[in-house]
Write a protein that binds this ligand. Structure first.
Ligand SMILES: NC(=O)c1ccc[n+]([C@@H]2O[C@H](COP(=O)([O-])OP(=O)(O)OC[C@H]3O[C@@H](n4cnc5c(N)ncnc54)[C@H](O)[C@@H]3O)[C@@H](O)[C@H]2O)c1
Length: 334
């Protein structure tokens, strides 16, 4: 399927699993564009008023759950977006997910049909990585695999002009290592969004060993323009989010494997007893069991501490191809 087919798909596609669109409240001016004068009436521009947030191009590499979500929020906040994946069917799937989310936002009255068309019209899908070369900010959201990401950043570092900032949405892979692979470790940072991107408010900004202050400021400004609260952390395995979250998910899988309780019972205990909005097994299915396993392996290798060893049941699920919601089966059926 070529570019033309992708373009026609963009206008006709209407269904793929996705999550609620969200109302955004970007509070800062766009960093990757010329600042516009702010009037008192427009100090809180929102995607519903994209005229206030024009300018800048963001390239998103990977059109899966995270890449499509990042592309959507970037487009809704006025960036021109190019979203790249390795095969046309993955690009088409990402565009379908964006369309579905935007349609739902219109149904719920959060966007007008005109705003939906404007946002969707700002996203171009491609399999050609060269179309990312003129972006101000490249956000990588491909599979959680060190070698794949390293190769990609070598390619991006060689291809993009020196001013381009490169960022990774990795859940756990060291930002310092990826920054070195890119050949521009000062203009490299972690930009860790959460799933579903249009809904979740956090971006964990991870500074690698050589991330410059101006790069951290640029990534912060881009995250805030996309309506997120940006929290800065240092580069350690799992950063903060997954260093704390994954041991809990892993322990729930151990408990399931040991026959302590059913998946439903484990999730209910954590939801009703700890006031978590989702149980750990439900959440693992939602994140993707392959991604959970990859993160635990990074924690295990990084800290050399057996407390992070992945539960055998998690390994078995991934070997069986039961990856959670995205594959239709994990701890639950979808
Ligand atoms: N799933 C989550 O909840 C979550 C949350 C935060 C961060 N992350 C991170 O985001 C990244 C992506 O996760 P996901 O859940 O979207 O995975 P996913 O499996 O849904 O999507 C990954 C996509 O990357 C594509 N891809 C692989 N190699 C590529 C390449 N060289 N160029 C372009 N595309 C390529 C795949 O075809 C696939 O479409 C991972 O690093 C993951 O750890 C995931």
């Amino acid at each position: 399927m070529g570019e033309r087919r992708l373009r026609s798909l963009r206008s006709s596609v209407s269904s793929v699993l996705s999550w609620r669109g969200a109302a955004f409240a970007a509070r800062r001016r766009p960093l990757l564009s010329e600042p516009e004068p702010m009037s008192g009436a427009n100090v809180h521009p929102s995607p519903a008023n994209p005229r206030r947030m024009q300018g800048g191009k963001v390239a998103v590499i990977g059109a899966g759950q995270m890449g499509s979500g990042i592309a959507q929020v970037a487009a809704q906040t006025g960036y021109a977006v190019v979203m790249r994946d390795v095969e046309d069917r993955f690009v088409a799937g990402g565009l379908a997910a964006i369309r579905k989310n935007l349609d739902r936002a219109v149904e719920k009255g959060r966007l007008t049909a005109q705003e939906r068309e404007a946002a969707f019209g700002r996203v171009a899908g491609t399999t050609d990585v060269k179309r990312c070369a003129d972006a101000d900010l490249v956000i990588e959201a491909v599979v959680e695999d060190l070698d794949v990401k390293r190769r990609l950043f070598q390619e991006l570092g060689a291809m993009c002009p020196p001013a381009t900032i490169l960022a990774s949405n990795t859940s756990s892979i060291p930002i310092t290592v990826l920054g070195v692979a890119s050949g521009r470790p000062d203009r490299f940072a972690g930009m860790h969004f959460f799933n579903p991107v249009p809904v979740m408010k956090l971006v964990e900004l991870i500074r690698g060993a050589e991330t410059s202050d101006s790069t951290a400021a640029a990534v912060r400004a881009a995250g805030e323009r996309m309506g997120k609260t940006v929290v800065e952390v240092h580069d350690f395995p799992g950063f903060v989010s997954n260093r704390v979250l994954m041991p809990m998910i892993n322990e729930a899988i151990f408990a399931l494997g040991e026959g302590v309780a059913t998946p439903e019972a484990i999730d209910q205990v954590m939801k009703l007893g700890m006031n978590h909005p989702m149980g750990p097994l439900e959440l693992a299915d939602f994140i993707g069991l392959d991604t959970c396993l990859a993160i635990l392996n990074v924690l295990h290798d990084g800290f050399k501490d057996p407390k992070y060893r992945p539960a055998p049941l998690l390994v078995k699920k991934v070997q069986a191809g039961h990856l959670g919601k995205k594959s239709g089966r994990g701890f639950y059926q979808y």
